[in-house]
Design a protein around this ligand. Structure first.
Ligand SMILES: Cc1ncc(COP(=O)(O)O)c(C=O)c1O
Length: 384
């Protein structure tokens, strides 16, 4: 199958579906917000779910025996990351996983660090769990955003329990290198800070950028929890399912105890099976989706380049972080988007100082990307 055939077979107009981002759209609106795709998941997922429906008796049911080996093989194949059976713990989605790690490895009023602009749910759960939110803003460096290690060290020194790392980073799409992660890891060891490494966007990397899992760096394993999942990779957010990976024995024991006390860790069969079939049979699908995302990035970036608009270059994820300031004049970003019938995520939801930024989701049909960019760059001109 080539990518044109893929589009024919897999693109879904979700406008009339209960999709979060499309449900509110009118016939004219283009919704490129929430981080999911307008593509059907690999066909094997549907077949797997039908297999569950066909059981007909929906009593307590065991997970497939080879679930773990299928998951492990995927990470070995795609990331050369070795994961062992006893290092895998299940949660109902990535945010649930992070929430449980916060509960298990910190106490109310403990400080937790994030690096904005970053996925807005991190700040929300830190506050919701009664922990103190500490931020160390990323620094804009040419066409990407990097960590400010001096500032992070200052924050670590002040006494911090945990940090939530987003790798690749949503919304800047930066894929952290081994050197960057090692620099952070050295600080974590020095100040005894534990890192929750959210790697749910790991399977998207473009033009030579290669994901490095924090879990692959042996030196830091005593201070790292990985959060991995298929919800972004194969468009499976509906089936809230994720994996917490812990390699350190002491941390594993502590987490197991927490899991037992809270009766956690049994995956929902249907949700786990959706991931299982995608991990097992979804490689070709993933290759084609990545080609389409790359094409969409080329379309979007050529419009933005020709209007000299700033955007973070796409390294990972399928999300583009774009500064529309030169086009706003004295308009608010909300009015600008409303006037153009566009629904995008607002930069200010990811961090302070990003009022003129938007996050644009590239995982859709190229015709929608083209039309959205046309509306961004030309509509205002026409009105003058
Ligand atoms: C970095 C990151 N983590 C977690 C999530 C949410 O994952 P889940 O739906 O599995 O909780 C998202 C969703 O966009 C995300 O971008």
């Amino acid at each position: 199958m080539n990518k044109h055939q893929f589009l024919e077979a897999y693109f879904i107009d979700r406008r009339k579906s209960p999709s979060f981002k499309w449900a509110k759209a009118n016939d004219q609106t283009i919704a490129l917000s929430v981080a999911d795709m307008d593509f059907a998941s690999p066909l094997s997922v549907k077949k797997g779910l039908e297999e569950v429906l066909d059981l007909k008796a929906y009593g307590y049911t065991a997970l497939k025996e080879d679930y773990r080996s299928v998951f492990e093989a995927f990470y070995l194949r795609h990331h050369q990351l070795v994961i062992n059976d006893d290092e895998i713990f299940f949660a109902d989605g990535a945010i649930a996983a992070i929430n449980q790690l916060i509960d298990c490895f910190s106490k109310p009023n403990d400080k937790i660090l994030i690096c904005p602009p970053v996925y807005h749910q991190f700040a929300r759960i830190i506050k919701a769990t009664g922990r103190k939110l500490v931020t160390s803003p990323l620094i804009k460096q040419n066409q990407t955003f990097v960590m400010d290690y001096e500032d992070i060290e200052r924050r670590f020194k002040e006494g911090l329990k945990l940090m939530i790392l987003c790798n690749p980073h949503n919304p800047t799409s930066h894929v952290y290198t081994k050197e960057e992660l090692s620099r952070l890891g050295d600080l974590a060891l020095k100040y005894d800070v534990y890192i929750i490494s959210d790697e749910v966007h790991a399977d998207f990397n473009f033009r030579g950028y290669q994901h490095t899992s924090m879990l692959s760096l042996e030196k830091y394993r005593s201070h790292v929890f990985g959060v991995l999942g298929a919800s972004k990779t194969f468009n499976l957010a509906l089936f809230a399912h994720s994996h917490i990976i812990i390699k350190d024995e002491k941390l594993k024991t502590a987490y197991l105890d927490f899991q037992n006390r809270h009766h956690l860790g049994s995956p929902k069969l249907m949700n786990a099976l959706a991931s299982y079939y995608a991990y097992r049979d979804g490689d070709e699908w993933l290759t084609l989706v990545k080609e389409l995302i790359e094409d969409n990035y080329q379309i979007a970036s050529s419009y933005l380049d020709s209007h000299e608009l700033y955007y973070a270059r796409l390294e990972g994820t399928y999300l583009m972080f774009i500064d529309l300031k030169p086009l706003l004049k004295d308009q608010t970003i909300e009015d600008f988007l409303k006037e153009r019938d566009l629904s995008l995520n607002l930069g200010k939801d990811f961090g302070e100082g990003y009022d003129s930024y938007v996050r644009l989701n590239l995982a859709t049909h190229p015709k929608l990307i083209k039309e959205a960019l046309e509306r961004i760059v030309t509509k205002g001109d026409n009105q003058c």
